[in-house]
Design a protein around this ligand. Structure first.
Ligand SMILES: Nc1ncnc2c1ncn2[C@@H]1O[C@H](COP(=O)(O)OP(=O)(O)OP(=O)(O)O)[C@@H](O)[C@H]1O
Ligand SMILES: [Mg+2]
Length: 210
């Protein structure tokens, strides 16, 4: 079982989008995939419910209480945990315990970059992270590659102490797919392939740490 925690205390950074897209990737690749929804808003759970009839279905698990571990099927191959906004490392302890990797999505704006720093500081106090035993990576989300603001944000993120492992484009495709319970990995069109390509370095990083 390989467990990925997607977390940031900053609201709206793309935790649910990244969690669902990654779950969709693993499920489409034939892995038994579970999505632990730790957010009372329930968006990840609804996304799973919308694809329940698909071959590449993802099992939703309620992550609101510590009891969530009891509900994890023993044969699960990939577990993605979608953390709620506002949660710092202390609040995420039961998830950090289980995690093999942590992904922190960040939007390219000063407000988001600055709000993410205190969260990363709390992560840096987690013993497994301090010892280099639990890898953490950044994912720039909603990147408009042609804009100076996005380029500057990416440069800033590249100077942070965790690797920047993907730059996901800003795309209405993600808004649409969220509503449909789908991921970019469920399609083969040219447009969806270009979105899939954004995930390639992130997927390589995850593989290296699995
Ligand atoms: N790459 C993207 N391109 C376009 N829209 C996006 C992208 N990523 C996320 N969004 C949209 O931005 C909004 C916030 O994203 P999302 O819900 O994934 O963030 P979150 O971190 O889970 O939020 P919360 O903190 O409320 O749980 C959603 O409407 C989502 O569809
Ligand atoms: Mg969310």
């Amino acid at each position: 079982m390989h467990t990925i925690l997607v977390a940031s205390s900053k609201g709206g950074a793309g935790k649910t989008t990244l969690s669902t897209q990654l779950a969709g990737h693993f499920a489409a690749a034939g892995k038994r995939t579970v999505l632990v929804d730790a957010d009372p808003q329930g968006s990840s759970t609804r996304w799973c419910e919308k694809r329940a009839e698909m071959d590449a279905a993802v099992l939703p698990i309620n992550g609101h209480s510590r009891a969530f571990r009891k509900h994890l099927p023993e044969d699960a191959e990939r577990v993605i945990i979608d953390a709620p906004a506002g949660a710092m490392a202390d609040d995420l302890e039961p998830f950090l315990e289980l995690a093999d990797a942590v992904l922190v999505p960040v939007l390219p704006s000063a407000i988001d970059l600055e709000a993410t720093v205190p969260f990363l500081n709390t992560l840096a106090t987690v013993p497994r992270i301090k010892k280099g035993k639990l890898p953490v990576a950044l994912v720039a989300n909603r990147i408009k590659a042609w804009t100076q603001i996005s380029q500057q944000a990416v440069e800033q993120l590249q100077a942070w102490p965790y690797p920047l492992v993907a730059q996901l484009r800003d795309s209405q495709g993600y808004v649409l797919l969220a509503a449909l319970g789908r991921s970019v990995f469920d399609y083969r069109s040219e447009q969806m392939r270009s979105h899939q390509d954004d995930f390639a370095p992130l997927l390589r990083w995850l593989k290296k740490h699995s």
